[in-house]
Design a protein around this ligand. Structure first.
Ligand SMILES: Nc1ncnc2c1ncn2[C@@H]1O[C@H](COP(=O)(O)OP(=O)(O)O)[C@@H](O)[C@H]1O
Ligand SMILES: [Mg+2]
Length: 232
């Protein structure tokens, strides 16, 4: 398995106030597939994605990615893992305010071993004309597309997207999802998308539901359709 997460636990707070964001979650992810994770607010979706992305560490349980023991990795090893393997699209974009769109993307491509062509990525996400603007001069949807460009430019093996289309209208959502699908096909990128939108699950190879920090269901999608056909 590309990703193996076993009995993952993560607690926030202590004693009476303790919250189990992950409460014994098990998940296996096959390389090159698209996974969609659905679940109510507060169910542990972001926590799960942050663990897989090496942004935070588990209290207990195990996590391996490509045979690497990420669950037990030290700070330096985690940084290297994130830099080399993971593209992350955050729920709140996390763009650098003092850099233009193009510079925000170049920060990542400059330190990547095999980055994609920036012109191709700008064009695919339909943001070429904003390349010299700063994040605050863009709408939420436009910023989201820049965040996706920044995650994709390094051509990561693993692309993690938290609430990928949460801030986008239907047309931009479809555009972004079509691009993500294209990246998956073209590069065999393993993609995990967190969403509130049930309709997006139809384009996944696997549909995961999470509830109260546990995986409630994990199904292979027998009726996969393309992003273009989604009823968003
Ligand atoms: N840094 C944190 N400190 C305290 N509680 C947190 C923190 N991050 C998440 N939580 C709590 O853990 C639970 C799961 O959160 P999260 O993974 O963000 O859920 P989701 O992404 O599904 O909405 C929630 O109850 C949330 O309030
Ligand atoms: Mg979340």
């Amino acid at each position: 398995m590309f990703i193996d997460l076993k009995n993952a636990k993560k607690q926030y707070g202590e004693g009476e106030a303790a919250i189990y964001a992950l409460d014994g979650a098990d998940l296996s992810v096959e390389e090159g597939k698209i996974y969609v994770i659905l679940g109510p607010s507060g169910s542990g979706k972001s926590t799960l994605l942050n663990m897989i992305g090496g942004l935070d560490s588990l209290d207990s349980g195990s996590l391996s990615v490509e045979g690497r023991n990420i669950g037990k990795a030290g700070k330096k090893e985690l940084t290297e893992y994130r830099r080399g393997l993971v593209g992350f699209v955050f729920q709140f974009y996390n763009l650098i305010p003092d850099l233009t769109v193009q510079e925000n993307i170049e920060v990542v491509s400059d330190i990547s071993d095999s980055p994609l062509d920036i012109e191709e990525v700008l064009e695919a996400l339909n943001i070429e004309k904003y390349r010299r603007r700063f994040p605050k001069e863009l709408s939420g949807g436009q910023q989201q597309r820049v965040a996706i460009a920044r995650a994709l430019i390094k051509n990561p093996k693993l692309l993690l997207c938290d609430e990928l289309t949460g801030a986008l209208d239907t047309k931009s959502s479809r555009q972004v999802l079509e691009f993500v699908e294209k990246v998956n096909k073209q590069f065999g990128t393993t993609i995990i998308i967190i969403t509130h939108n049930e309709a997006i699950a139809a384009m996944a190879d696997h549909i995961i539901r999470i509830k109260d920090g546990k995986i409630a269901s994990d199904d292979e999608n027998q009726d996969k359709i393309s992003a273009r056909q989604l009823e968003l």
